[in-house]
Design a protein around this ligand. Structure first.
Ligand code: ADP
Ligand code: TRP
Length: 322
């Protein structure tokens, strides 16, 4: 039995890219009876960016509601909020003392932002060590992540090896899991969909605003009558992420035959997205109206997570010599 663990930052409401690229594949993975899964809302990591308490709480509810709406089974997976488990910050401190400062300055997450050093808080600098604590605290074997997070897993592995060498076997050495076919979901401007780029499709919006976002997708200016290049079309690409093989074939023919405008393609994409996420949208709205249910799911998960965290931290303290 492998223990799978992954965290998602709560920096907004998950968009189509987050759901298809991370949330839904993780939920699928958790369905296997051979896996034990831990999913958490990384709201301590969010604090490196968000300082408004209301926004922090709201984003946590929205992010957790999205996971629940997409079908996460909290009886099978441990689903919790990072900030409920204070052992993680204690472990992060110990790990800080085992990791060379020099190496941390080379981490991408910091280097990318270090052009504006005066805007960087120390939390952002030590971010990878809190992430290592997230993983090592729960003895995770496998950590599903996007490619941008691989360096953080490498840091985690190095830390675990170093600590074990110094103090005797303490931590499990985790492995990253990146899905080769990890979907790259383009945003409305054709670049990678991302909250920071303002190009998202927010599937939990009401139909009117969701349709507006879809109608905004950039296309070329080939006229309605002419055949169109489906392979390089964002609308087609997004459609093929949510449609069945036969629906994709029909859409291809529409593009090749001509007499079919981008407005028509966008309308079909809109209808398909509504159909694909129909149940999730309903559940999400239900959780928005009943946030206490989301909170209680997270609390239930935190109790289970806490029990494991306590055991690990006792083990670590005694190994260090406290
Ligand atoms: P954002 O770029 O919107 O801030 P995050 O960096 O918080 O998104 O990503 C959260 C998760 O969603 C990560 O696992 C990431 O790999 C996945 N993800 C984000 N955007 C996309 C995308 N456009 N296509 C596929 N996966 C994505
Ligand atoms: N840093 C990850 C991201 O931005 C989120 C994260 C925090 C995480 N702790 C983790 C992912 C532990 C996997 C395991 O996507």
């Amino acid at each position: 039995m492998a223990r799978i663990l992954t965290g998602v930052q709560s920096t907004g409401t998950p968009h189509l890219g987050n759901l298809l690229g991370a949330v839904i594949p993780a939920i699928e993975l958790a369905k296997s009876t051979e896996n034990e899964s831990f999913f958490f809302i990384a709201d301590l990591h969010s604090l490196t960016q968000i300082k408004n308490g209301n926004a922090l709480r709201k984003n946590t509810i929205n992010t957790a509601a999205a996971w629940l709406a997409c079908g996460l089974d909290t009886n099978k997976s441990v689903f919790y909020k990072q900030s409920d488990i204070n052992e993680v910050t204690e472990l992060a401190w110990y790990l800080n003392c085992y990791f060379p400062y020099q190496r941390l300055t080379l981490a991408h997450s910091f280097k990318d932002k270090s052009k504006n050093l005066k805007d960087i808080n120390s939390g952002l600098f030590t971010y990878p060590l809190l992430m290592a604590a997230d993983i090592l605290l729960y003895d995770a074997n496998i950590v599903p992540v996007g490619k941008d997070q691989l360096q953080h897993i490498e840091i985690t592995r190095d830390l675990a090896i170093k600590f074990n060498k110094h103090n005797g076997d303490t931590f499990i050495i985790p492995s990253p899991m990146t899905d080769k076919k990890t979907r790259y979901i383009p945003g409305t401007d054709g670049n990678k969909m991302s909250k920071s780029k303002g190009n998202t499709i927010d599937i939990f919006l009401n139909e009117k605003n969701l349709r507006k976002q879809i109608m905004k997708i950039k296309t070329d200016s080939v006229s309605i009558e002419e055949p169109k290049d489906y392979e390089n079309c964002n609308v087609f690409n997004l459609f093929s992420q949510v449609a069945s093989t036969s629906e994709i074939e029909i859409m291809k023919k529409n593009y090749i035959n001509g007499g079919f405008g981008y407005g028509d393609a966008k309308q079909l994409l809109f209808e398909k997205i509504i159909e694909f996420f129909n149940i999730s949208r309903e559940k999400y709205n239900f959780f928005q109206k009943n946030p206490e249910l989301v909170i209680s799911e997270l609390q239930k998960g935190s109790i289970k997570a806490k029990a494991i965290a306590k055991e690990t931290i006792e083990r670590v303290r005694s190994k260090i010599g406290y």
